[in-house]
Design a protein around this ligand. Structure first.
Ligand code: OFO
Length: 161
């Protein structure tokens, strides 16, 4: 059985994951409007992934005999100054989420809940990948010296499954 403290902390993370899903959906709409269909597609997939994270956290809480909850989701930003600014924001946000997940592991550890630590380590590992992929896109965008490079990247990111 999951402790109430960890259950509540994971429930907060469910809300945070749903906020992330909305953030990325908002970014996807912005990118689509700016004509970057591939970047918009990538971002929509990212939004879907965040929802999956929320679902899987909720499933875990329930599997451990707890109660999963969705709280109020705050509004997300609606506009950015450039393509690079969007992806710098993604990278910064993922670093922030990594800190939130680390804190969940700390709570599970303080509660001596081995199963939850094991489950949450999966999220820690996934954050490493998410930070890296956002950083890679930022780096590539910084290296694009012309419009052709950006269109090439747009085409590539549009292929995300
Ligand atoms: Fe939910 O993984 Fe990123 O934020």
């Amino acid at each position: 059985m999951i402790s109430e403290k960890l259950q509540n902390a994971i429930n907060e993370q469910i809300t945070a994951e749903m906020w992330s899903a909305n953030l990325y959906l908002s970014m996807s709409f912005y990118l689509q409007k700016e004509g970057f269909d591939g970047f918009a597609h990538w971002m929509k997939k990212q939004s879907e992934e965040e929802l999956q994270h929320a679902y899987s956290l909720a499933d875990y809480v329930m599997k451990r005999g707890g109660t999963a909850k969705v709280d109020k989701i705050d509004v997300v930003p609606q506009g950015w100054g450039s393509l690079l600014e969007v992806f710098e924001h993604v990278y910064k946000h993922e670093c922030h989420v990594s800190e939130l997940i680390d804190e969940l592991v700390n709570i599970a550890s303080a509660e001596k809940d081995k199963a939850s630590q094991d489950f949450l380590w999966g999220y820690v590992r996934e954050q490493v990948e998410e930070e890296a992929s956002a950083q890679q896109i930022v780096d590539k965008l910084k290296r694009c010296s012309d419009h052709a490079g950006i269109l090439f990247l747009d085409e590539k990111l549009g292929q995300r499954q």
